[in-house]
Design a protein around this ligand. Sequence first.
Ligand SMILES: [Zn+2]
Length: 374
Amino acid sequence: MNQNHSIKVGYVYSRELLSVSNQLPPVKGRAILVHQLIGAYHLFDNCYRVQVDQPLDENQLRKFHSIEFLNYLRQISIDSDKMDDDDENDQFGLNYDCPPFSDMFKTIGYLAASSIAAANAIISGQCSIVLNWFGGWHHGHRDEASGFCYTNDIVFAILTFLENGFDKILYIDLDLHHGNGVEQAFVHTNKVLCLSLHKYEFGFFPDTGHINDIGLFRGKYHSINMPLRNGINDDQYIEIFDKIINRLIPKYQPQVIICQCGADGLSGDRMKSFNLTSRTYLHCIEKLLEIRLPLLILGGGGYHHTNTAKLWTLITAKVFGQKLNPNIPDHEFFLYYGPDYDLSITESMLPNENDPQEYNEKLKIILANIEKIP
Ligand SMILES: [Zn+2]
């Protein structure tokens, strides 16, 4: 099935993982749409399934989360009346974007386990590329749920690579929002380099990811933040991405790349911010594939559910070297894709606030900082 037989692709899936992901309040019903569309194109029929049979237990979750946070999640799982305690909920970020729900403990255990399993499939040499559309929760903190994220599976994946001797891990975040949870977890280390391209505007969540945030102490120059404005289009995004990657890869020489493919930068997303189509994401993934390093591809944001399903299906096909018929195949959710029943995602009339002179100045700063990576 693969064009190159030396490349083995893994697809993270288990029925339990799909079930808990599909119940996540901020993206309820999204996981099944994604999985069924990929299945309708028969993309994972012959690939290696990365199984996730067990959620992490408390000991394993403590590698990142605080005891207080985990205790509270467990209490809610046992006693659902606790869910109405707004003060305690607030303390752990369980409000607005992240409402509490009864299966939280098990759910975060499965989500974290999914990206650990993906990392292990690469570490063991079983796969050189792994797709985990259930992962990508980049805002999760040690002791707080935040921005639709109850845990941070990416941090767990990176910790797994670190524990297994990897010491040059490149994390790339294509989500509309800044990858703050991941950056914060590794801001002091030079073993992980976090690159995030995101919308940066006063008052826009999470309000971090300024171009001058470049990492701290030993981690200096190991955080790269490219702030963007509303309405960015494919051509501009691709130009910026390529310029950074062309300079960064030879300089940093990573051993493994993790790419979060949050789909909320797509035109038509509920966030109404960027004006990207699948062309941008497919270009970025193709560029990363050309580097021929182990690659872990993750999901993330994406609040126009059918567009998110289309994008992640297209990326899955790209990884398998398959060309897809643009007509959505008949399957359980076929009617969701009306009126055109087509895989394409088109640009909107959203005004573009990105001035080439301004972003080129920022790029100059970023490229100069890349040269300073020791
Ligand atoms: Zn996002």
